[in-house]
Design a binder for this molecule. Structure first.
Ligand SMILES: Nc1nc2c(c(=O)[nH]1)N[C@H]1C(S)=C(S)[C@@H](COP(=O)(O)O)O[C@H]1N2
Ligand SMILES: [Mo]
Length: 538
């Protein structure tokens, strides 16, 4: 035993630092709870975690963001929020311990976090004004006061008032400081924070309940121009091939929104204005539903989708033809003398997405969509209204939670992703994917069904070929085409021989272009290259 190491007078007990750390944590907890309650009154998105998270997303370098989307998918936001909370916990602990010694400075340090949160909230593109600073500021003031008083209880009373390492410190843990006062204050603070946090949750919950009620009230009118029935042969009877229509619950989601915006359709409005708009309009949701609706199958793809990746889906959308609406507002495409060549869609969360006016008005089914696979848009996919332009990647066409359409020019304005190194214009690239067999599968020798999907929206898929190892390209069987705006399933009956094999797929679109084997990354205008799967035949 190390009994030779008798405690000296200056040995510090770990109890006070631990209680300092606890004080920091309690202050942090109080800050978040109070901020959440204030945010529920102001605007849920103005809360510090969401605001700082959103600001972090906007400032994340494009390669990192792209990597996060590819690796965490929809969970990227959860991971970011957990990261922010973990950082807050560490800082709270550090501040609490620090405050044992420097009480005022420690408490003031809490205020600094309030400033960071407030600055983040005010800098958000969806900020509605100075009140957005309130959640962070009020939260920080309450937390600073709490830390100050909690640490006060931990101070040693007696002859050495200002020195944390008091001579009485070593006599026994807790001697000299107000143990009872600390326990009472800490318990009260924890209980009050929990109550405040729950109240905040309940209040912000009531707003999203209103939005949910407005969605439940939506009755989608029958489309004046229904989609053609999906041809029977469009859906192959092969296990593990992506279904022709992607169910809403399985549809990929890519956006920068930390919390899904819950928009109340009954108060939603869309403004159309800008260059060359002779008759600007503001439309309500009911205005849109009263118009002629069209229904179309359209495949949507993300520019961040890697070759073989999951960010592509096909749905049956209902909406208003955007070109007609624009024409009523006096907008002409550039080829007919129109002054604006870019349409910038803006969402309630501040996202901006720029599409070529020429593409939107060239006769394709560019939509202001209100329905997805037979129901109102799910909140995550843009309720009440989103844009879609067949043939363009989502980041230049598919604005969710849209609230404003401004006609401008590419020379005058760069939208959100363009400011972050992505291309101004980005038609989808001709792509194909092997859905089955999966990588490293071990199928039996003999007949093995190779199948997947291929897409080249608005051009159409004319051919898909499969190659085994370095063999010749062999034509796959193509499922029936629904429309050139949708993907097509394909299959290939492979006579598999034992051993390791690489299967590669390539598509040819209706312009005759063969999917390139030149590999590029997703930035700036989408990944190119061919999808391969390695299997071992047994
Ligand atoms: N408001 C808003 N709309 C948005 C985005 C966004 O971040 N915010 N992301 C775009 C991108 S990059 C894509 S690929 C599609 C994805 O639509 P989905 O999530 O419904 O699949 O939405 C587009 N619309
Ligand atoms: Mo995207």
């Amino acid at each position: 035993m190390t009994d030779d190491k008798k405690p000296t007078r200056n040995t510090r007990s770990p109890v006070r630092p631990a209680l300092g750390a606890l004080s920091g944590l309690l202050a942090g907890f109080a800050a978040l709870a109070v901020a959440e309650l204030v945010a529920a009154g102001v605007r849920p998105q103005a809360g510090p975690v969401i605001a700082v998270g959103g600001a972090a997303i906007d400032r994340t370098p494009t390669p990192v963001k792209d990597w996060a989307i590819r690796n965490f998918g929809t969970n990227d936001k959860l991971i970011l929020q957990l990261g922010i909370l973990a950082a807050l916990v560490l800082f709270a602990i550090a501040l609490g311990v620090f405050a044992l010694r420097y009480r005022r400075t420690g408490a003031a340090g809490v205020l600094l976090f309030g400033v960071v949160g407030a600055a983040a909230a005010l800098s958000r593109p969806d900020s509605t004004g100075p009140t957005d600073a309130l959640p962070s500021v009020v939260g920080a003031v309450v937390a600073a006061a709490l830390l100050f008083f909690l640490i006060g209880k931990l101070r040693i009373r007696g002859p050495a008032p200002d020195d944390a390492v008091s001579p009485r410190d070593d006599s026994s843990d807790g001697a000299g400081w107000d143990r009872r006062g600390f326990v009472i204050l800490a318990t009260a603070a924890a209980a009050a924070s929990a109550g405040t946090g729950l109240l905040g949750r309940a209040l912000s919950g009531s707003k999203s309940r209103e939005a949910a009620a407005s969605r439940a009230d939506v009755v989608l009118p029958a489309p004046a121009s229904p989609a053609n029935a999906v041809p029977k042969g469009a859906q192959l009877r092969i296990r593990d091939v992506s279904p022709f229509t992607t169910p809403n619950k399985d549809f990929y989601r890519v956006d920068t929104a930390l919390v899904v915006p819950k928009v109340d359709a009954s108060t939603w409005k869309l403004r159309i204005h800008g260059k060359g708009v002779t008759k600007p309009v503001t439309l309500t949701f009911d205005d849109l539903l009263r118009r002629e609706l069209i229904e179309r199958d359209i495949t949507l793809t993300c520019v961040s989708n890697e070759v073989g990746g999951p960010y592509v889906g096909n749905a049956r959308w209902i909406g208003v033809r955007l070109a007609d609406l624009l024409a009523e507002c006096g907008v002409k495409p550039p080829s007919k003398g129109g002054r604006a060549d870019q349409l910038v869609a803006r969402s309630v969360d501040g996202m901006t997405i720029g599409s070529p006016v020429e593409d939107v008005m060239d006769g394709r089914d560019a939509l202001l969509a209100v329905g997805m696979n037979g129901e109102p848009l799910p909140f995550a996919h843009g309720f009440p209204v989103r844009m879609l332009v067949p043939g363009l990647f989502g980041y230049v066409s598919a604005c969710k939670w849209i609230k404003d359409v401004e006609l401008t020019s590419f020379d005058d304005y760069d939208a959100y992703w363009v400011k972050r190194k992505w291309a101004r214009q980005a038609p989808v690239k001709t792509q194909s994917r092997i859905d089955t067999p999966k990588p490293f599968a071990r199928p039996r020798a003999g007949s093995v069904m190779v199948a997947g999907v291929a897409w080249a929206q608005h051009r159409g898929i004319d051919k898909v070929e499969v190659r085994v190892d370095d063999g010749p390209w062999q034509e796959a069987r193509l499922a029936a085409e629904d429309s050139r705006d949708t993907w097509r399933q394909w299959s290939f009956d492979w006579r598999a021989t034992e051993g390791g094999h690489t299967l590669t797929v390539r598509a040819t679109d209706r312009t005759g272009e063969v999917q390139t084997d030149k590999r590029t990354g997703t930035v700036p205008d989408g990944a190119s290259g061919r999808h391969s799967v390695v299997v071992t035949v047994e």
